[in-house]
Structure formats: structure tokens, C-alpha cells
Design a protein around this ligand. Structure first.
Ligand SMILES: Nc1nc2c(c(=O)[nH]1)N[C@H]1C(S)=C(S)[C@@H](COP(=O)(O)OP(=O)(O)OC[C@H]3O[C@@H](n4cnc5c(N)ncnc54)[C@H](O)[C@@H]3O)O[C@H]1N2
Ligand code: MOO
Length: 399
């Protein structure tokens, strides 16, 4: 068992061999959730000039507390054309350009106005420059707003738009083919039969990938037959092929021989992970059709979920151009003690309440209800010693 490939090594090996897909340039609104393939550079300075941060009056600090004379108005998009001289002010609104000559904004709540005459009526601004957003406060033309390999999150799309950028270069959508295998499986929703199990892994994986830029090819439920599996794996055209089931060592576990018969080279099979040990990974490389990554997930639904999180999602994200495709963990306090861990990295289903993680009593990898209730997976390193209630633990938040 100790010669099983460690999880981090398996991930690194797979991701190192994955090359991001070809680029395409898209309008910002179509690039939501993609990864930038090139740095996104500001084409303008923000703010382009000094602006008021408040509604009030623009004047000279030295003239406070007044009285001063209001000689015009500066509104957002409609600047005041003249100069604010000594003893003068303009009405000004949030986002409007500061008129030349003025060096402070007095908020209107602290002003008293009588016709054209204006007086301070309150504490007032305490320094030159108060309530002014300086030119370039946010960024300057030429600044990198999004680095290559960073995801185009809502905030990054918004900053790109503010930077005067209309389109970004990203990687094309990842085509992911998903197949379930197993003679016992029935289409979900079909009338229950005694020896048939409703198939759930394709839905699970589709949902896991739903926040990534994918195009799903559903290969359906394939029977435990070498010829059928081989044909499906030979003809499928995708960037990633994900199978579930048939990955272990039983007589009906035919995914590996079928992949090999279909021309795929298996890079590794079986890793030091629980659940998910029988994971297999490789590539089908083809002169005409290019490269297809192959991930053979174990059939047990929780094993498929964990390997989906740790391998399928990162692989898809890497092909989509992510510089950091691996899931990030955080820490929680153990709500109860844990026994020492065995030789595989363990991902234990646990409920999260008040920052404490309460591990599920039975961790059998077939049990979806405990997965459905779990808010996190407690990550336990190989051979970790027993842990006490109150200890800090690494967790992967899943809900
Ligand atoms: N002698 C050994 N037996 C097993 C080993 C081993 O090392 N030696 N490993 C075990 C581990 S760990 C796992 S995990 C399973 C995984 O095996 P397979 O990938 O071959 O999965 P199957 O046998 O096809 O299915 C396992 C289980 O999951 C159900 N299943 C499969 N596909 C689906 C699906 N799409 N939707 C819902 N449920 C599914 C299937 O009916 C089985 O009950 O092997 C152990 N055995
Ligand atoms: O690795 Mo299996 O996935 O432990 O049940």
C-alpha cells in the first residue's frame, strides 16, 4: 500500500502534462468565469482626473469657513469650464471633475447657503484634498488589471471594463465527455427495479463542473463489455474523458483495458487517497484529434466526488488556463476526536457548525446521504496521529 502514488504528486504529474487549450478573444460579457490567457492592461487611468467623492461644494481650503460666492456647477460628465478663484466655489456632485483652482470639497450637510452665498456650518474638511479622489487613485494606464492565468471573476471583469477594455483573450471552452459504466446502473428517474441502481455519477460530475467553462458530452451509461467500452473510448472526441466505475480489480472492471485498447496510455492507476484509491489517469494522443486527458474515476459515488474535486476540476481548470487550478483548503476546529490515519490521505465527510467540524460516524464511500449532509471534508495526511477535540484541522469546504 505504501507504494501508492501520493495525492499531491499525482495532481502535479497530471497538471504538468496538461497544456492550456488554444486562445480565443471574447467580449467581456462572454468571458465570465474564464481565465485570462494574457495579462489585461488598463487602457486608461482611473480616475482620469481629480473627482469629487461627495455631493457638496468645491472651493479653496484657505477660504474656509467663508463666506464664498457660488459661481457655477460641476456634475458627473459635465465639468465646470472656468476657474474657482479666491472667495469662490462651485456646486459639485459625486464623481464630478474638480474645477481648476479648487482644492477641497465641503459636503453639503456642513454648508449653509443663502442665494449665491455659502458658509461653513459644521466641522468642515480638515485638510487640503479632503473628499477628492485623485487622478490615478485606482490605477494608471498600462497597469496590469488581471494577470494571465487569473480567473475573470465579477470584480476582475468590472475592473477590466473600467480600464477601457472591451475584449479579453481566454482559452476556449473545455469539452468534457462523461461516461458511467456498470451493468447494474439504470437511468435516474426510471422505475426502480430490484437489481438496478439509479445512476448518479454523471449528474454529480456535471454539477461539479457547472461553474467551469465546459461543454459536456454525455456518453450515457455503458455496459461492462470490453468491446462496447473500447468503441466508445475510441470514437469519443473531447479534451477530457471522465469515466466512473470499473476502475478496480474485479473481473468486470474493464475501463483500464478498454482505454488501452482505445489507444490511451495510462500514466498512473491507484493513488494514496481515501476514498478514491482506484483512480486512473492518462492520455489518448492522436495526430488528427490531438490530446485527450483520460480520468477513470472509481464508481463509488463519494469516491467519484472526491476524485472529481481533486483531479477532474483542476484538470479542466488547467486546460481552461488557470494558473492555480487546485482547490484551496482552510482550517476548522475539530468537534470531536479522530483516530490515527492509515497510509492514504483521507478526505472525511464532516458537518460544519460554529466553525467546528463534526465527522460522520461511518465513512463508507458508497454513502451519499452523509456526503449530502457534509459541509466540508476533513483532510488527514497519511499516517497522521490521533487528533483531539479542539485541535485545528485542514478542511476542504464543499457546501
Ligand atoms: N479486491 C478489491 N476490491 C476493491 C478494491 C480493491 O482495492 N481490491 N477497491 C475498492 C475501492 S477503494 C473502490 S472505490 C471500489 C471502486 O471500484 P470501481 O471503480 O471498479 O467501481 P464499481 O465496482 O464499478 O462500483 C463501485 C460501487 O459504486 C456503484 N456505482 C458505480 N457507478 C455508479 C454510478 N454511476 N452511479 C451510482 N453508483 C455507481 C456500484 O454499483 C458499486 O456499488 O472498488 C473496491 N473494491
Ligand atoms: O477508494 Mo475507495 O474510493 O476507498 O472506496
Amino acid at each position: 500500500m505504501s507504494d501508492l502514488l501520493p495525492v499531491a504528486e499525482a495532481q502535479a504529474r497530471l497538471l504538468a502534462a496538461a497544456r492550456p487549450l488554444p486562445p480565443e478573444t471574447l467580449p467581456l460579457a462572454e468571458a465570465i468565469g474564464r481565465w485570462a490567457a494574457e495579462p489585461v492592461l488598463a487602457r486608461r487611468t482611473q480616475p482620469a482626473r481629480d473627482l469629487s467623492a461627495m455631493d457638496g461644494y468645491a472651493l479653496r481650503f484657505a477660504d474656509l469657513p467663508g463666506p464664498v460666492r457660488v459661481i457655477g456647477e460641476s456634475a458627473a460628465g459635465r465639468p465646470f469650464a472656468g476657474l474657482v478663484g479666491a472667495g469662490e466655489a462651485t456646486r459639485i456632485f459625486t464623481g464630478a471633475a474638480m474645477p481648476d483652482g479648487a482644492d477641497v470639497v465641503m459636503v453639503q450637510e456642513e454648508a449653509r447657503r443663502d442665494g449665491a452665498l455659502l458658509m461653513l456650518d459644521g466641522e468642515g474638511p480638515t485638510r487640503v484634498g479632503a473628499n477628492i479622489r485623485r487622478q490615478g487613485l485606482d490605477f494608471h494606464e498600462g497597469d496590469t488589471l488581471v494577470a494571465a492565468g487569473e480567473r475573470l471573476t465579477p470584480a476582475r471583469l468590472a475592473v477590466a471594463a473600467t480600464g477601457g477594455v472591451g475584449a479579453v483573450t481566454v482559452r476556449r471552452r473545455v469539452r468534457v465527455a462523461i461516461a458511467a459504466t456498470g451493468d447494474e446502473l439504470a437511468e435516474p428517474g426510471a422505475a426502480p427495479l430490484p437489481d438496478r441502481l439509479p445512476e448518479s455519477n454523471r449528474l454529480l460530475l456535471r454539477a461539479l463542473l457547472s461553474d467551469l467553462p465546459v461543454e459536456i458530452v454525455d456518453l450515457g451509461i455503458l455496459p461492462d463489455r470490453l468491446d462496447t467500452l473500447t468503441a466508445a473510448f475510441t470514437w469519443v472526441e473531447a479534451d477530457v474523458l471522465v469515466t466512473t466505475g470499473g476502475a478496480s480489480v474485479g473481473d468486470h472492471d474493464l475501463v483500464r483495458p478498454a482505454l488501452i485498447a482505445a489507444g490511451a496510455a495510462i500514466d498512473f492507476w491507484r493513488i494514496a487517497l481515501r476514498p478514491g484509491k482506484p483512480l486512473m489517469a492518462g492520455w489518448r494522443r492522436d495526430e488528427q484529434r490531438g490530446e485527450m486527458a483520460v480520468l477513470g474515476l472509481p464508481g463509488n459515488p463519494v469516491s467519484a466526488f472526491v476524485t472529481g474535486l481533486l483531479f477532474v476540476k483542476p484538470m479542466v481548470a488547467r486546460l481552461a488556463g488557470a494558473a492555480q487550478p487546485l482547490p484551496t483548503t482552510t482550517r476548522a476546529v475539530l468537534g470531536e476526536a479522530l483516530p490515527p490515519n492509515g497510509p492514504r490521505t483521507d478526505y472525511m465527510r464532516a458537518e460544519l457548525r460554529d466553525g467546528h467540524a463534526y465527522v460522520a460516524a461511518i465513512q463508507d464511500s458508497s454513502m451519499l446521504r452523509t456526503l449530502a449532509r457534509a459541509g466540508c471534508l476533513i483532510v488527514r495526511e497519511p499516517n497522521a496521529p490521533a487528533a483531539e477535540r479542539g485541535d485545528s484541522a485542514e478542511v476542504l469546504v464543499i457546501a
